[in-house]
Design a binder for this molecule. Structure first.
Ligand code: PCA
Length: 323
């Protein structure tokens, strides 16, 4: 009798747990093999295991559930619970979102982390107003320039079709007299193969993921900036999440931030080697190109500070103070 009661209680408990089990869909814009996506998959496993399946995170890479441009809105509006997005792509909503894409402001992993930490309180506040809670953020490797020919100066760039991924990269194209065309990373191979784009600024990691050596020949390690991907949860859903699950998710997020940073650092050299093996020339920019780019960087920094106003200046001051 007692045993039956115990079994019944156990069965009832299992049923209750099963009823509470929730699937959180997590759209990702980048391919499954990209290090951010692999890191997100590990984060998802960490949460699923840590909550004993009460919350199961299911990642959807390559823009398969929502494309990059739609991920942030999908989280804000609760179409999905959680997701990952390149935040600088939303600079049109708030210039602070592009603090990590100001040319030559922070060009190393160390400096970009300092800049991100200096900006974090203001970023979290801005995201909070959009019903978003930041869980973790991971930088891409330093951004370099890809072309299908040798380029020694900005003058050599005139008229080239340049793939952009945010307003900063579109503005960069304007200032260098290239022709910007906005394309998601997941569509790059196609874009270069068909000639829709002939160049871009991005990490070695993205060029490697997209096998750009099939169409492009040169990568210049100009180290312009290190943009961040943010993993965010819908704030209403976060507020309703049980405290013990929240603690698990926060722990997993902290691990994911550290693992992601490590992976990004490791991928920097690894993927540049991959580009070389694919037959590309991987080299630093010429002195002329470097000087030309520095001048453009100054213009773009001034423009960003103008747009971002006092909040932007405060972040830059805090960052420079920490340096
Ligand atoms: N890869 C992403 C953003 C920055 C990067 O390195 C892309 O090219 O879309």
């Amino acid at each position: 009798m007692k045993l039956t009661a115990t079994l019944l209680t156990a069965t009832a408990l299992c049923a209750a747990t099963a009823a509470q089990a929730e699937v959180w869909d997590m759209p990702l814009a980048y391919s499954a093999t990209n290090f951010h996506s692999e890191n997100a998959a590990r984060f998802g496993d960490c949460v699923t295991k840590g909550t004993d399946g009460a919350i199961e995170i299911k990642t959807h890479p390559s823009g398969s559930l929502f494309g990059g441009a739609d991920i942030k809105r999908a989280i804000q509006t609760g179409q999905v619970q959680i997701g990952e997005r390149l935040m600088s792509a939303h600079a049109n909503e708030n210039p602070l979102f592009a603090v990590d894409s100001v040319p030559f402001l922070a060009t190393s992993f160390e400096d970009s982390a300092k800049l991100f930490e200096a900006a974090r309180p203001k970023l979290e506040e801005a995201l909070g107003e959009q019903n978003l809670t930041l869980l973790y953020a991971v930088p891409w490797p330093p951004q370099g320039l890809y072309f299908d020919k040798a380029v020694e100066s900005v003058a050599d760039m005139e008229g080239i079709k340049f793939r952009s991924y945010n307003t900063t990269t579109a503005r960069f194209a304007e200032l260098t007299k290239m022709l910007p065309v906005s394309i998601e990373a997941a569509e790059l191979q196609q874009a270069f193969a068909t000639g829709v784009a002939e160049s871009m600024i991005s990490s070695g990691a993205t060029g490697y993921d997209q096998k750009v050596w099939e169409n492009l020949s040169h990568f210049y390690t100009v180290d312009a900036w290190l943009p961040y991907n943010y993993v965010m949860v819908n704030s209403d859903i976060w507020a309703e999440t049980a405290e013990d699950a929240k603690a698990v998710i926060s722990d997993c997020a902290e691990q994911a931030a550290a693992n992601g940073l490590e992976a990004s650092k490791n991928y920097t050299q690894l993927t540049l080697e991959g580009l070389r093996e694919g037959g590309m020339t991987v080299a630093p920019p010429s002195e002329t190109l470097k000087a030309d780019l520095d001048a453009i960087g100054e213009t773009m920094t001034a423009e960003w500070l103008e747009e971002a106003g006092e909040a932007g200046q405060a972040v830059v001051d805090a960052y420079r103070g920490a340096n």
